[in-house]
Design a protein around this ligand. Structure first.
Ligand code: NAD
Length: 296
């Protein structure tokens, strides 16, 4: 069993950390939130008052933080974790961040004598609780091999996507596709309503036809056809529209840097920015159907 430092105990990090403890790992945890720290101690972690205390002496450090700026501020500099950790520590950053920062962090970790993989996840809070997340991993082969048994405790599907940053690249591409497909699915249901076509009938037909997609069959944006979807609980997130907007902005930024054309991804980002601007960023991202109906 490994000694693990865990930084960032939010909606995702807390259940991921609990699964590591349940599997018998020794976890030292840190978060800026005192409530999150108290809950971690309750779950059996050593609650640390500084991030560096959680990393010192750990064989593996997992981070689950909001964005690239947070991860950089925690890892880099004299007071950062790369300076505090024992040489040879394996860093697993599971936050969703930009590709350029992920690659910079990998370089800086190597320079400090450590290894770092980017290992963002898909599967949401439910997947984090159940230990069924999908991990998309970027990093060297030997680092991936070291990380795999730890990731297997928190996830069910673990894919090595290539070198440093490729895990984030996979995450950004996947979520751009998800944002676009959700808007398309919402448009189809909104149009069906105007045409007098029952939502369940459209679902029965399209879920077996060429329009079939995950946003429809697993996360249907209208109440009824998929009982577990957020549409059945007033669009309580789930996966918040603000989070989708964050990921779409990462896609737009990455496309600009790489010189890729993503007209639908850019439009999806604008529509989710509009939804957030209307004060609905906390709603599930499938709740964008309200805004699309309202624009008619
Ligand atoms: P969250 O806001 O619930 O948790 C982030 C935690 O980080 C908070 O507890 C916060 O106090 C802590 N934090 C911030 N700065 C810190 C610092 N400097 N040191 C220590 N702790 C710090 O967010 P979340 O939903 O857990 O998401 C975490 C990451 O996972 C994000 O990058 C998000 O995009 C990604 N993600 C989220 C979901 C989801 O469904 N929530 C799904 C897939 C990926």
């Amino acid at each position: 069993m490994a000694s693990i430092g865990f930084i960032g105990l939010g909606n995702m990090g807390a259940p991921m950390m609990r699964n590591l403890i349940k599997a018998g790992h020794k976890v030292a945890a840190f978060d800026l939130s005192e409530a999150a720290l108290a809950a971690a101690a309750e779950a059996g972690a050593t609650a640390c008052t500084k991030a560096t205390d959680a990393a010192r002496g750990a064989e593996v450090v997992v981070s689950m933080l909001p964005a690239g700026a947070h991860v950089k501020s925690v890892m880099l500099g004299e007071g950062g974790l790369f300076a505090a950790a024992s040489k040879g520590t394996l860093f697993i950053d599971s936050s969703t961040i930009d590709v350029a920062t992920a690659r910079l962090l990998s370089d800086e970790a190597s320079r400090a004598g450590h290894a770092l993989i980017d290992a963002p996840v898909s599967g949401g809070v439910g997947g984090a609780e159940a230990g069924t997340l999908t991990f998309m991993v970027g990093g060297a082969d030997d680092s991936f091999a070291r990380a795999e048994p730890i990731l297997a405790v928190m996830g069910k599907t673990i894919v090595h996507a290539g070198g440093p940053g490729n895990g984030q690249a996979a995450k950004i591409c996947n979520n751009m596709l998800l944002g676009i497909s959700m808007i398309g699915t919402c448009e189809a249901f909104a149009l069906a309503e105007k045409l007098g076509l029952d939502a369940q009938k459209l679902f029965d037909i399209s879920s077996k036809s060429s329009g079939q997609n995950w946003s429809m069959t697993s996360y249907c944006p209208v109440p009824g056809p998929v009982p577990a979807s957020p549409a059945n609980r007033d669009y309580k997130a789930g996966f918040a529209a603000a989070m989708m907007l964050k990921d779409l902005k990462l896609a737009v930024e990455a496309a600009q840097t790489a010189g890729a054309s993503i007209p639908l991804g850019a439009e999806a980002a604008q529509l989710y920015a509009m939804m957030a601007g209307m004060g609905q960023g906390g709603l599930d991202f499938s709740g964008i159907i309200h805004m699309l109906r309202g624009k008619a």
